[in-house]
Ligand binder design. Sequence first.
Ligand SMILES: *Cc1c(COP(=O)(O)O)cnc(C)c1O
Length: 435
Amino acid sequence: MSEDKFDTLRIHGGFNPEEHENAAQIPIYQSAAFTLGTAVQGDAIASGVVTGSYTYSRVGNPTVNTLEKRIAALDGGVDAVAVGSGMAAITYAILNVAEGGGRIIAPYDIYGAALDEFEKLFPKYGINFDLVENVNDFEKIQSLIQPDTKAIYVESVSNPTTEIADIEKLAEIAHQANIPLIVDNTFSTPYLLRPIEFGADIVVYSSTKGISGHGNVVSGLIVDGGNFDWANGKYPQFQENEYSLKNVNFPKNYSFSNVFGKQAFIKRIRMKYVRLMGAVLGPVDAYLELLGLETITERLDKEVATSLKIAKFLEKNPHVKKVYYSALPDSPQYELAAKYFPKGIGTVLSFELDGTPEQTDQVIDATHVFLYLPNVGDSRSLIVNPSKITHREIPEERRLKSHITDQLLRLSIGLEDSDDLINDLEGAINSAFNK
Ligand SMILES: *Cc1c(COP(=O)(O)O)cnc(C)c1O
């Protein structure tokens, strides 16, 4: 199976009909728990000597597990775990590396709720963030690494200004310091970018977005590339004995890193965070996501082509001051885009209106095809004003440094006819400037 290419894996990855009553499509296992067989079998399952059996759906569920195996295959990872939201994926990945306290380096230009969590909530748990203005300021990042720095965290393409992170260089810097690189790959999806191939260790997703692709689930995924050594001495949580892992095979050293080796990261998230903190994904949501994944190639090919067409249209519009879409030939990141994103950088772009905040509101109100809401990666095209909605919790001064002015509008491009989308935007902009 692992030799199959992306388009085969997105349909078949992680699923064998013979293990599911020969069902062609993955059944929805809407069951909270699973029978354990005999008492002897129950003991073997509970002790971890027998693997692959299900016990309780907070720990594992066949429908959810198919999604987990499929995303691991699509991303070239060794294992994955699904959780209840993208924020849960980010939270659990950060807690799993920095449990007990430590520092993490990240850029300011990240998802608004993640920035709020990093700046305000995690420090209350002893996890502090060194935030940088520019994700590709390698010298600055290197200078911030301290003995208790536990990871570098970046978004492959930032929200809303589509800054591309130079993952290969960032992974090099992280690995020199014996720490992992965590990449939020939500905007790209594994179809446009596979961060593990460029050296990333952990990939997190809000699969609410382009992976499920239809705006009908809230969900998150964490994928492990399996190349990081969690027993390097910097992560005691992986090296301490974990009583629930003790069994006849591991009577003495039953730590996560000893029992699971380089697959310890996801096992630990599943057993310590999903099982104990409980942000579990339900089987119906996992099913919807698997269904969405089946058409990811066709969806993204069309949406990316339309995004580029719309970016070029906006660039020429006299009422647009600036377009943020790093795939445009005159973008300062054009070379990085060509290196990391031969199939295009994605379906999200932003533009700054050359007008007043009131005119910006009027553009939102005058669009008919674009829906006004805070989401991306839907099959419907979406428009939002980040300064008032998605990045509202970020203080104005900080927002402006990230180019999030009151005149910035973010678009997420769906599957509608591209001419209709352009006409909708052009009509809305004209109406705002003719008032
Ligand atoms: C939406 C989003 C998140 C949060 O995901 P939820 O599924 O809404 O919790 C995290 N990162 C990025 C880049 C996002 O777009």
